[in-house]
Write a protein that binds this ligand. Structure first.
Ligand code: IPE
Ligand code: IPE
Ligand code: MG
Length: 238
């Protein structure tokens, strides 16, 4: 099936889509393969999704690649995920750049291995002036950690307690200059946020899909946009 098989209107397109790319491990297990096999397949699904979002004119895509809690996994899996991150930034960057994608990392970079930091810095600096899709890759990202960071910065700036505003907190998050997500989708069948974009998701439309992340394809994406356009967003109004 193609986009013409879906009831998608050019108007009312989401500006910002956030994705919790979950289910790689279980996808691999189903195939009797190691978890890292699933993470590699997940990288391919990310490649395809970035293309699709960019072609559809989506402005911002934020993907959860590694949480502040994912360090609790086996050393082998953590190392493998870090290797995949480097591979992603090295192998995909030329094509991303050609497609005018602007890559940004959200999360606490300093705890990441040096080679991950370096390849991420490279990707960011090469693409920083691109005016196409903004791709936020959440690496060592935690929503609570992000809010703590913001509060620390605000205090360091000497702000008086009574002067703290919601806008000020938004302006100190990793997503500081970006609008909040319109869509938050989690693949893999779990219905939880797992510490993703806690502040930004205040009025986001949530979608929980049973599809494993490596299976996420064009149809899953179109289906999501179609379902989003059928939602009635009220933002607290009657
Ligand atoms: C998501 O897939 C990728 C990361 C958390 C890095 P998982 O590895 O969590 O896959 P499942 O949830 O075990 O299937
Ligand atoms: C969330 O998935 C993090 C990423 C997809 C990167 P997890 O698999 O880590 O979340 P839990 O442990 O099921 O909540
Ligand atoms: Mg998981």
């Amino acid at each position: 099936m193609g986009i013409e098989d879906y009831n998608i209107s050019e108007e009312n397109m989401p500006v910002h889509i956030a994705i919790i790319m979950d289910g790689n491990g279980r996808w691999a297990k189903q195939r009797r393969k190691p978890r890292l096999f699933g993470h590699n397949a997940g990288m391919k699904a990310l490649h395809n999704t970035v293309h699709l979002a960019s072609d559809m004119g989506i402005k911002i895509l934020t993907v959860y690649a590694f949480s502040t809690e994912n360090w609790k996994r086996s050393q082998e899996e953590v190392d493998g995920l870090m290797r995949i991150a480097v591979e992603y930034f090295m192998k995909e960057i030329a094509e991303l750049h050609r497609n005018h994608v602007q890559v940004r990392i959200i999360g606490e970079k300093s705890r990441l291995p040096k080679d991950v930091q370096k390849s991420a810095d490279n990707a960011e600096s090469l693409t920083k002036d691109n005016d196409g899709l903004i791709l936020n890759v959440a690496l060592n990202y935690g929503g609570r950690d992000e809010i703590v960071h913001a509060v620390r910065e605000i205090m360091e700036e000497g702000t008086a307690p009574g002067d703290v505003t919601e806008e000020m907190i938004s302006a100190h998050l990793y997503t500081r200059d970006l609008p909040d997500p319109d869509i938050m989708i989690r693949t893999g069948g779990e219905s939880r946020l797992s510490n993703f974009l806690l502040w930004q998701n205040a009025y986001t439309e949530f979608f929980f899909d049973d599809i494993w992340w490596p299976d996420f394809d064009d149809d899953a994406f179109y289906k999501l946009i179609e379902a989003y356009q059928q939602r009635n967003r009220r933002f607290g109004t009657a």
